[in-house]
Design a protein around this ligand. Sequence first.
Ligand code: PMP
Length: 391
Amino acid sequence: MKLSHRITHLTGGGSDGWDVFYRARRMIAAGEQVTELTIGEHDIRTTPVILEAMNAAAMGGHTGYAMVPGTDALRDTVAERLTARTGAATTRDNIMITPGGQSALFAAHHAVCDEGSTALYLDPYYATYPGTLRGVGAQPKAVPTRSRDAFLPQEDVLDAAAKGATSLLINSPNNPTGVVYPRETLEMIARVCQRHDLWLISDEVYDTQIWEGEHVSPRALPGMAERTLVVGSMSKSHAMTGSRCGWVAGPQEAVQSLITLATHTTYGVPGFVQDAAEFALNQGPGLEEEVAAPFRRRRALAQTILSRQDLIRQIPSQGAMYLMLDIRGTGLSGEDFANQLLDRHRIAVMPGESFGKAAAGHVRVAMTIGDDAFAAALQQLSDFASTFADG
Ligand code: PMP
């Protein structure tokens, strides 16, 4: 039987630079020792106090169908948090709880794009973006950014791409680059969105992982609340990746439509997970800082190690759990560099090519293993690069 075009064409096809990743996984399955710096997941698990809250909620009976938009208590907690952290006035009616940020991205685009609508996203990008946009029937259109601009979008390029488009998806702090968009960049993005009447989908799942600068939510900028849908998640801030709990924040009318969508798709998020999320958010910033601290430390370690050489150029790492390294000085492509590093040193990193065209000649390093092992791997990576000094 034939499957739909929509599902069979969800991904663009081809390896898209993911060969190294799958090769590393096969090596591990075959019993080889591989240092994996590939995937954006903490090396710690959800803290026991959150799990205790989850258990208590489940044992207390919150195991039936939960409210489809989310529990009132969690929606209120998220609304208060966004108001306090971003300055954008937010109430329960502006929030819908989703099974993680990934489904929030899908739902947000489903709410604003029609079949064939042009949905913009910035290259380099989090690997699932184009598939998510295709999944709602939109036409994904990558807007290039440049390494020498720290992969920040430029107004002329964005403006030209925006003609006739419906939405723009941005992500700060950014995966894969680790860059935090400065206020001026977000103000420029806001101008372009208003000029071309675009919806802005702002993926802010790394908003608690800021090493330099400040997190500015574009929803708080003048004139943006009515055209912005913010994607948030418990995954990165509280090491709750497996709990699948996130949200969309936006105008009330859009949130109403998202609730209708959820009624016909996910039917909400488990009540005991929502109670645990509410508990976690109400623990305040201490817990979030604890979850973020290892990445902050490893980023400092990386800066020390990389400061001793000048072949690898580091894209400013201001947030999130990744380093983007410009390895063009070696004369290798990101894919060749990553493949050879895996073969010679059993260290797996992601080629920049896995995240689009703009990050070719770069590799992304996830700071997701213990400090000592991380520092040792980065030193080996740096030494490996130096063997190509005349490249
Ligand atoms: N956005 C970005 C940029 C991500 O890196 C991820 C996860 N790696 C997500 C969204 C989705 O996360 P989740 O579904 O776990 O909330």
